[in-house]
Every structure is written in structure tokens, then in C-alpha cells.
Design a protein around this ligand. Structure first.
Ligand code: 4NP
Length: 159
């Protein structure tokens, strides 16, 4: 496929072990189905889980949907992310505030709430499943999959 440029997308939550690895996984799956080329990564606003694999419940949820995320390693949002990525998506409103609080003046990335790209779900948060049961991770997966599909449509239209 001939492409002039490859879009780049970064998913951001608090710890980079629950929601953003699932958003990354769902988006990788949809991107691969659509056959488009996109650079994809995820990170956390906090540094609690730097170097750690995703939460076992996230690994299990992704695996149940055919995607192996066991090799991902947590990392924290860094200033260069605002230059290196075209789009930075926050999972919830606190993530969005925390991202904007460290956004450098020379940032070029578009920063927004992930669910803003899903028609009818604008302004909604991807609820933090960390303190909830395994069932909550299924809802997380459903939401990130809706967002992944909407984002693939948007990027496909642009390519
Ligand atoms: P995430 O979930 O932001 O979706 O990765 C959390 C992970 C860890 C913590 C909180 C939320 N924590 O407090 O350690």
C-alpha cells in the first residue's frame, strides 16, 4: 500500500496496566483488519508501573479476544510523546487534565478524550476497572473496541 505518511496514536491512562494496554490491543486488532499502517503505543500519566506487564485481568481479556499483550511493558508519558505522536487519547477526564498539565509549549499532538471519537458517546470516560472485578474489564474492552473502530474509520478516510 502506498502511503505518504503513517499516523501515530498514543493511548494514555493512569497506570498503563489496565485500560490503555486494552485500547492499544483493540486498536491493533482493528488496524490489522483494515490493513492500514499506524504507529501505536500506550503509556500512563503516573510512573507506578513502569516496566511492568499489563494487569493479569487485562492480559486475560485481550487473550479472550485473540490478542496477546503479555509482552507489553508499562511506561510513563514523556515530553517527546507530544511531538512524536499525531494523536494522544486520554481514557478519562483526570487523565486528560494530567496530560494537559505536562504538555510542552511546542507540542504538536492532538490531545483528546478517547470516547469523543465515538458518535453518541462524546464526553464519556473509560471507567477505571482496576479496583473492580474481572467483569468490569469486559466493559472496558467493549468501550475501547468501539473507539478503535471509530478511529480506524477516521484514519482510513484520511489515508
Ligand atoms: P489504568 O488502571 O490506569 O487503567 O492502568 C490503574 C492501574 C493502577 C492503578 C490505578 C489505576 N494504581 O493505583 O496503581
Amino acid at each position: 500500500m502506498h502511503q505518504l505518511s503513517r499516523a501515530s496514536v498514543l493511548f494514555v491512562c493512569l497506570g498503563n496496566i489496565c485500560r490503555s494496554p486494552l485500547a492499544e490491543a483493540a486498536f491493533r486488532a482493528e488496524v490489522s483488519k483494515a490493513g492500514i499502517a499506524v504507529r501505536i503505543d500506550s503509556c500512563g500519566t503516573a510512573g507506578y508501573h513502569v516496566g511492568s506487564p499489563p494487569d493479569p485481568r487485562s492480559i486475560e481479556t485481550a487473550a479472550a479476544n485473540g490478542i496477546d499483550i503479555s509482552g507489553l511493558k508499562g511506561r510513563q508519558l514523556a515530553p517527546q510523546d507530544f511531538i512524536e505522536f499525531d494523536y494522544i487519547f486520554a481514557m478519562d477526564h483526570q487523565n486528560l487534565r494530567d496530560i494537559k498539565a505536562v504538555q510542552p509549549d511546542h507540542a504538536t499532538a492532538h490531545v483528546s478524550l478517547l470516547m469523543d471519537i465515538v458518535p453518541g458517546r462524546e464526553g464519556a470516560a473509560i471507567a477505571d476497572p482496576y479496583y473492580d472485578g474481572e467483569g468490569q474489564f469486559t466493559y472496558t474492552w467493549e468501550d475501547v473496541t468501539l473507539a478503535a473502530r471509530a478511529l480506524v474509520q477516521k484514519l482510513s478516510a484520511a489515508q
